[in-house]
Design a protein around this ligand. Structure first.
Ligand SMILES: [Zn+2]
Length: 483
C-alpha cells in the first residue's frame, strides 16, 4: 500500500544532510519510503494531510530504561539531599536481600508505559540500555504487539550494589553471576534479534563501567562482536564511579574503556559527562574527547537529566568539533526527545558562554543521524527513498507555538513531545492526532500508575534508613494526600 503524506514541511535527506521542503511530500510503500522532498503528483492509496506540520524522520532515543522510567525517576533525579544515594544508587543499592522483584503484571505494565510514553513523545527507535529483570519472552512479545522499534537485551554486571545499615555503599562482586547474566543476554539476542518484523534488535548492555569487572567488560565486548550487535555501558555519569575507576585502574573511565578495547564505533557510552578535564573531577589531565573521537565511539548524553543533577557535558560543541558522534537520550522522566533538542541546544550555549554553540541543525542531527551510527543503520533517522517509514508529524502551526520562518528552529525552540501529532513506525500509524492508535491509553496509564504506587509503597522495606518516598524527596509544599 502506497501512502502520501502531503503538504507539510518535509525534512528530506539528500545523501549527505537533511534539507527542508515547504509544502513537500513523503510517500511510503509498506515499510519503506519511496519519495521524500518536493510535492508528489503520482498515484497513492491513502493520503495523510500534513499542512502546518513538520514531517520529520523519527527520533532515535539512545537512553531509555524500561526498568526505571516509570517510577524510579522520582528517586533517580530528586534524591539530591544525599549524593551517595543519588542517581541510580537511589534504587539500585538497597539493603541486601530486602528488595523483592515486582510481580510480572507490574513489569509488563511499566514496560508498556515506557515504550508508549517514549513513542508518543516522538521516539521511533528506542535504545533500551537496561530493563527490568525477568520475563524477557514477554518483553519480545510486547515489542511485537505494540509496534515499537527497540534495541535491547537483559543488562549484565558482576558487582551488585548495596547499602549497609549505616547507608554505606558496597559493591558485592560475583563473577559467576555476571557470566550467567551475560549468557542470558546472549541467549536473548540469539532468540529474538530481528524478530517482530525486524523491529526488535539485539544489543548488549554492560550495566555500568564500575559494576562490571574488567573481565566481564572484555567478555561482553567479545560477545557483542561475535553476535555482530552494538554494546552500551554507562560511564562518566557520576563522581563515585569516576573516582572508583581512577582508584582501581589509575585512568579515567573513558581512557580505561579505550585501553581494554571496549570503545569502537559500535559501543555507545551513556552520559560521558565526567571526563579528564571536567572541573568536578579534580583530574586536570588527559583529553577524553580525543580518545573517543580517535576510536569513533559515540556518546549518548541526556541533557535534561544531566541538568537536573546540575551537570552538563563540557561540552557538546567541543565534542562535535573534535569529531565525536553525539546522539541524544532522555534517560529519566519525561521521555520527551523533542524537548531534549532544546535542552541540548541551550545547555551547549550556557556551558560554553557562546550562543553560537549547539546549533539547531547539530542537535537535530544528533537525534537522527547521530543515533544511527553505532547501530549501523543507514535506513533510520532520515527520510529518503529506501529508508524505513519511521516518520513523525509534529504540529507547528498553533498559537501556543508562535510564528516562525524556519520549522527546524521552531521545533527546537518551541516544541515539545505533546506537539507530536502522528507517529509512524515501519509504515504503521501508531499515534494519530496525538492519541495511541492500538491501545487504550487510559488503561495503560492506570496500570502503570498502580504498579508505580506499589513500588513507591515498598521503598521503606528496602531502603537502608527505612525512609519513604515523601521523606527522601520532600514535596514542594506541604502535601495533604487523599489516601
Ligand atoms: Zn541510564
Amino acid at each position: 500500500m502506497r501512502t502520501h503524506i502531503d503538504g507539510g514541511w518535509v525534512v528530506a535527506f539528500n545523501g549527505k544532510s537533511h534539507e527542508v521542503y515547504e509544502a513537500g511530500s513523503v510517500v511510503f510503500e509498506d515499510d519503506r519510503v519511496v519519495h521524500a522532498g518536493a510535492a508528489y503528483t503520482g498515484p497513492a492509496d491513502a493520503r495523510i494531510a500534513a499542512r502546518g506540520k513538520l514531517v520529520s524522520p523519527g527520533f532515535i532515543n539512545t537512553h531509555v530504561h524500561t526498568a526505571g522510567n516509570a517510577g524510579d525517576y522520582l528517586l533517580l533525579d530528586m534524591a539530591k539531599n544525599d549524593y551517595r544515594t543519588s542517581n541510580y544508587m537511589s534504587f539500585a543499592a538497597p539493603l541486601k536481600g530486602k528488595m523483592t522483584p515486582p510481580p510480572p503484571q507490574a513489569v509488563a505494565a511499566i514496560r508498556t508505559f515506557v515504550f508508549l510514553h517514549a513513542l508518543k513523545n516522538g521516539t521511533t527507535t528506542i535504545i533500551d540500555v537496561g530493563g527490568l529483570r525477568g520475563d524477557w519472552d514477554g518483553y519480545a512479545k510486547l515489542v511485537d504487539e505494540l509496534g515499537v522499534r527497540v534495541y535491547g537485551s537483559p543488562p549484565f554486571r558482576d558487582r551488585d550494589t548495596y547499602m549497609d545499615a549505616q547507608g554505606r555503599l558496597t559493591y558485592d562482586e560475583d563473577m559467576a553471576v555476571g557470566r550467567e547474566r551475560l549468557k542470558e543476554a546472549v541467549g536473548f539476542v540469539k532468540s529474538f534479534d530481528k524478530t517482530a518484523n525486524g523491529r526488535l534488535r539485539g544489543m548488549l548492555n554492560a550495566a555500568q563501567v564500575e559494576t562490571c569487572t574488567e573481565r566481564l567488560l572484555r567478555e561482553g565486548r567479545d560477545a557483542a562482536r561475535e553476535l555482530d550487535v552494538p554494546i552500551h555501558t554507562h560511564a562518566g555519569g557520576n563522581l563515585i564511579e569516576f573516582q572508583r575507576i581512577m582508584g582501581e585502574y589509575r585512568k579515567t573511565p573513558i581512557q580505561f574503556l579505550a585501553d581494554i578495547g571496549f570503545l569502537d564505533d559500535r559501543s555507545l557510552i551513556g552520559h560521558a559527562v565526567f571526563t579528564g578535564g571536567h572541573p568536578w573531577t579534580g583530574h586536570p589531565f588527559g583529553d577524553d574527547a580525543r580518545v573517543r573521537a580517535g576510536r569513533g565511539a559515540p556518546i549518548g548524553p541526556g541533557p535534561c537529566k544531566h541538568a537536573k543533577r546540575a551537570m552538563t557535558l563540557r561540552s557538546f560543541q567541543r565534542y562535535l568539533d573534535a569529531g565525536v558522534t553525539i546522539s541524544l537520550g532522555t534517560d529519566t522522566f519525561p521521555l520527551d526527545i523533542v524537548s531534549e533538542l532544546r535542552w541540548a541546544s541551550i545547555l551547549a550555549k550556557t556551558t560554553d558562554g557562546n550562543y553560537q554553540a549547539g546549533q539547531h541543525r547539530d542537535v537535530f542531527n544528533a537525534a537522527t543521524l547521530g543515533g544511527c551510527r553505532f547501530i549501523r543503520r543507514d535506513d533510520l533517522g532520515r527520510l529518503a527513498p529506501g529508508a524505513k517509514a519511521d516518520i513523525l508529524l509534529i504540529d507547528l502551526d498553533h498559537i501556543g507555538a508562535g510564528m516562525y520562518a524556519d520549522p527546524i528552529k521552531a521545533l527546537v525552540d518551541t516544541a515539545s513531545g505533546r506537539d507530536v501529532h502522528t507517529v509512524i513506525v515501519d509504515g504503521k500509524v501508531l499515534v494519530h492526532d496525538g492519541r495511541l492508535a492500538r491501545v487504550d491509553e487510559a488503561e495503560v496509564y492506570a496500570k502503570a500508575r498502580e504498579a508505580t504506587r506499589h513500588y513507591w509503597g515498598n521503598v521503606p522495606n528496602w531502603r537502608w534508613d527505612g525512609a519513604g518516598v515523601d521523606q527522601i524527596i520532600p514535596p514542594a509544599f506541604p502535601l495533604h494526600r487523599a489516601d
